[in-house]
Design a protein. Structure first.
Length: 347
C-alpha cells in the first residue's frame, strides 16, 4: 500500500509498505477515505523538528471505513464509516471521565501518526473511534470535509474555547489564522461569544474568519497588536484568549490581551522554552489547555453540529490533492497558498 513519508527537509514522498494488520486485541484496521495535512506536520517538513529520511511523518487526521477489528473491539465492525481522532482515549480513566481524553492515562501511545496512507492501524479503538451514520457516498464532498475536521482541527479549536470557558456574551481573542484558529472562531461563536477578534494578516483568511463569526480583526503583531486589541475591548481586555499557534510571540500576546481573571486556552503546540509568568500573575490570568478531547467533543457536540448544518468547518480546506500529490499538499500549506490541504485517498 502507499504511505507518505518524510524524504528530506521540504519534501515528502510516497513509499510502498506492507498493509497494517491487527497486532493487539483493541486494534482497528481502517481503509482511509480522506486525510489531510495539519499545521503541526509542517514543523517536521520545515526541519524545525528534525526527521530522518524515510521516517513516518506526523500526519494524524483521517476518516475511513473499518476493514478489520481485534478480538476486544465490540463498538465497531467491518463496513462502519468512522472518524479516526488523533487521540486514542480509553473513556474510563480519570482523565477521560473528566473530559480530557487527549491526556488519557491508560496508555502512552495516545496519538495517531502516519495516517497519510491507504490503510492505518488505529490503536485502542474501542472507545476512541467515532461512528458516522451511513457511508461516504451518502455525503457531499463539502460534508466529508467537515467530517474530516472532527479528527483534529475542529475539536482542537473547540478545546481552546472550552478550557477558556467561553460563554454567552463573552469577548474573545483568537491568536492564529490557520485551520485551528479558524475553527476556534467557530467554537467561540457556537458557545455564544458576542465579540470575536481574529488576528489574520491574509485577506482570504480574514474573509473566512468573518464568515465563521469574527466581528473584528487585528493584523498587527507585537506591541501594536496588544494596543489595538485593548482599544477594541475598551481598555479592559478580553474575557478569553484562544492561543492556536504556539510561538513565543503569539503566546506573549495572548498573555497580555486578556482582562484580569481571563482564561488563556492554549492549543498551539508550544515551541517556547521559557515564558514570563510574572505579568500574568498580577493580572490573575488563568492558563489552560493541551491536546484536545477529540472523541468527547465529537460525541457530545460536534458531530451533531456538523450533521445538522449548524457549523461548516470543512471550509478550512481550500485545495484538494490526491495522495500521489502529497508533496504538493505540504508545499501548498508551507507557502501559505492553501489554508489546509485536503487529501483524497479512496472513494
Amino acid at each position: 500500500m502507499k504511505s507518505a513519508v518524510f524524504a528530506k527537509k521540504g519534501e515528502m514522498k510516497l513509499v510502498d509498505i506492507e498493509k497494517p494488520t491487527v497486532q493487539a486485541p483493541d486494534d482497528v484496521i481502517i481503509k482511509v477515505v480522506r486525510t489531510c495535512v495539519c499545521g503541526s506536520d509542517l514543523w517536521n517538513f520545515r526541519g524545525i523538528n528534525p526527521l530522518e529520511p524515510n521516517e513516518e511523518n506526523s500526519g494524524h487526521e483521517a476518516i475511513g471505513i473499518v476493514e478489520e477489528v481485534g478480538a476486544d473491539i465490540t463498538t465497531a465492525k467491518p463496513g462502519d464509516f468512522v472518524i479516526a481522532p488523533f487521540t486514542h482515549g480509553c473513556g474510563h480513566c480519570s482523565a477521560c471521565r473528566a473530559g480530557f481524553d487527549g491526556s488519557c492515562l491508560s496508555h502512552s501511545d495516545n496519538f495517531s501518526n502516519g495516517v497519510q496512507a491507504e490503510y492505518i492501524r488505529f490503536q485502542h479503538g474501542q472507545w476512541a473511534l467515532v461512528k458516522i451514520p451511513g457511508k461516504p457516498s451518502d455525503y457531499s464532498e463539502g460534508m466529508l470535509k467537515s467530517l474530516l475536521t472532527l479528527a483534529d482541527v475542529m475539536a482542537t479549536g473547540y478545546h481552546a474555547a472550552r478550557v477558556a470557558n467561553v460563554s454567552a456574551g463573552d469577548t474573545v481573542v483568537v491568536m492564529g489564522d490557520g485551520a485551528v484558529g479558524l475553527c476556534a472562531i467557530i467554537a467561540a461563536k457556537l458557545r455564544g461569544a458576542k465579540k470575536i477578534i481574529s488576528t489574520s494578516r491574509h485577506a482570504d483568511r480574514q474573509e473566512l474568519a468573518k464568515e465563521f463569526g469574527a466581528t473584528d480583526n487585528v493584523a498587527e503583531r507585537g506591541d501594536e497588536a496588544v494596543k489595538q486589541i485593548m482599544e477594541l475591548t475598551n481598555g479592559d481586555g478580553a474575557d478569553a484568549v484562544l492561543e492556536c499557534v504556539g510561538t513565543e510571540q503569539s503566546t506573549d500576546t495572548a498573555m497580555k490581551v486578556g482582562r484580569p481573571g481571563a482564561i488563556v486556552g492554549r492549543v498551539g503546540l508550544p515551541h517556547t522554552p521559557k515564558q514570563d509568568m510574572t505579568t500574568p500573575f498580577y493580572k490573575n490570568t488563568i492558563v489552560a489547555g493541551g491536546p484536545a478531547s477529540v472523541t468527547t467533543y465529537d460525541k457530545e457536540v460536534l458531530l451533531k453540529a456538523v450533521l445538522d448544518g449548524e457549523i461548516n468547518p470543512g471550509k478550512v480546506f481550500t485545495k484538494s490533492f490526491s495522495l500521489d500529490n502529497i508533496d504538493a499538499a505540504y508545499k501548498g500549506m508551507d507557502e501559505r497558498q492553501v489554508i489546509k490541504s485536503y487529501v483524497v485517498v479512496a472513494d
